[in-house]
Design a binder for this molecule. Structure first.
Ligand SMILES: [Zn+2]
Length: 73
């Protein structure tokens, strides 16, 4: 047993051991299943999107690791 294997889910904020890691974030298996099964028109989807924006911001930061003022072309 290793306590380091317990992570806090970025969606429900509960501690868990089963789930997926994306960048520095953790999503528990419950929420992972929820995301997969949630319809875009569902109210829950908006909530999940809101929670996952943190993750996307991380991704964007990584992909656009350039000084400000870089031109888009
Ligand atoms: Zn969760």
């Amino acid at each position: 047993m290793n306590e380091d294997d317990v992570y806090v889910c970025m969606i429900c904020e509960r501690a868990g051991t089963d789930g997926i890691h994306i960048l520095s974030q953790f999503i528990c298996s419950d929420c992972e299943a929820e995301i997969v099964n949630t319809d875009v028109e569902d109210d829950l989807y908006d909530y999940l999107v809101m929670r996952m924006r943190v993750l996307w911001l991380d991704l964007i930061r990584m992909e656009t690791d350039q000084p400000p003022g870089s031109t888009f072309s």
